[in-house]
Design a protein around this ligand. Structure first.
Ligand code: GMT
Length: 378
């Protein structure tokens, strides 16, 4: 198949999943064209079947903001016309699905006989729960969903939210996120501890784009409470709007020596391999890919029972799920995992087994079958 993938290139789960999906499809012999503002952060090295099209919006003094969505539509239409794409897969409803929808109209307008592509949209989370909930954006998100040929959501929770908020005309199919366990596995290196100036203390980790939904302040408060009872270090990986506030809070609480802000890093496996606990106290999370990747590396998770977490984290088996904002409860469970090594080991092994149920190969096959079914229905 010839598949176009339109996604955000920035640090975050939807871009990661789109890049991993494209790489896996290309490895299976499909031709994959990526459309994004810059190369997606997880794309990695050269593949003969992957083509990356960076979309540049035109700058003109009259336009205060360049029209990225229109430039994206033009680029998709152009490549679809010359490369005869079978499918365009939009990751995140806005603007990707909408731009692809416009691209179809451009294609038809340019040449009525041109091959038309099928439009698949995968909903990732805040495209529904935040952007879709905004009064000014709701109708445009609804249009993007209803004009897609097929719609998937990354969790049952997100499917239910989409149905509740938009009553879509088409069935929303759940295809969960995935992890490549041949890359994400525990392989602790003493060298990493040395480079970070760490001793043998326990490591608590959090990885995200530091948006308000991630509740970074709660992480700092949980760790502050933990720091009274353990000599653990907290590694904070990623960057975003809440980082400055978190840095200030860490200083105010007097735990600067115990917390490392590592910024955005592509290769997180070495860090997950030395981690003992992943903290994800998000107040909403459609799936929580970073938690699944941590589990694949044998790291139990303390997260919230919000959104998609309960679909793959079983409390007591893979970590614990508490109510959003329950700092005391999360601290207690985190302390349990850090102090009871026998319990930790059982959880860690169960996490690795659970992650295998979300193996990339299995879920990519589901997407492939999904595209084929759509094309056969032509
Ligand atoms: O929706 C976002 O905030 C951005 C998006 C991203 O690009 O990271 O995250 C969402 O998609 C991920 C991949 O499917 C999910 O793992 C995240 O849970 C989801 N974020 C939220 O629902 C907050």
């Amino acid at each position: 198949m010839k598949i176009g993938i339109s996604c955000h290139h920035t640090y975050g789960g939807s871009g990661a999943i789109a890049a991993e999906l494209g790489k896996a499809l290309a490895a299976k012999g499909h031709i994959v064209h990526f459309f994004s503002q810059a190369a997606p952060f997880r794309l990695g090295t050269f593949s003969p079947n992957i083509f990356c099209h960076e979309v540049e919006a035109m700058h003109y003094p009259l336009f205060e903001c360049p029209f990225y969505s229109l430039a994206l539509a033009s680029k998709i239409a152009d490549i679809a016309y010359y490369e005869k794409l079978d499918v365009v897969h939009a990751h995140y409803a806005i603007p990707h699905a909408l731009s692809a929808m416009l691209a179809r109209q451009m294609l038809e307008d340019k040449c009525a006989e041109a091959k038309q592509f099928k439009l698949v949209t995968t909903l990732h989370g805040t495209d529904i729960t935040v952007v879709g909930a905004d009064r000014g954006m709701k109708d445009v998100v609804r249009l993007a969903i209803n004009k897609s040929d097929a719609v998937t959501a990354v969790s049952g929770y997100l499917k239910d939210e989409t149905v509740r908020m938009f009553s879509p005309k088409k069935e929303v199919t759940v295809i969960p996120n995935f992890v490549d366990t041949s890359l994400f596995f525990r392989s602790p290196k003493q060298e990493i501890r040395r480079q970070l100036g760490l001793g043998e203390e326990k490591i608590v980790i959090h990885i995200s784009n530091f948006r308000p939904v991630k509740c970074i302040g709660d992480i700092v408060h949980i760790f502050h409470a933990l720091s009274h009872e353990t000599d653990a270090t907290l590694l904070l990986v990623g960057d975003g709007p809440e980082r400055n506030g978190a840095e200030t809070l860490v200083r105010q609480l007097g735990i600067s020596g115990r917390v490392r802000f590592l910024g955005k890093l592509d290769d997180i496996v070495p860090l997950l391999s030395i981690a003992d606990l992943m903290l994800m106290p998000s107040n909403v999370e459609s799936f929580g890919l970073a938690a699944l990747e941590a589990m694949a590396c044998g790291v139990p998770v303390v997260a919230t029972m919000a959104g998609g977490f309960p679909e793959f984290i079983v409390p007591g088996e893979h970590g614990y799920l508490l109510a959003p904002g329950d700092i005391e409860g999360m601290t207690e469970k985190a302390m349990l995992l850090l102090s009871d090594s026998a319990h930790w080991l059982v959880c860690s092994e169960a996490c690795v087994q659970q992650a295998k149920r979300y193996e990339t190969a299995l879920l990519v096959e589901e997407y492939e079958a999904y595209y084929l079914k759509l094309l056969e229905g032509e």
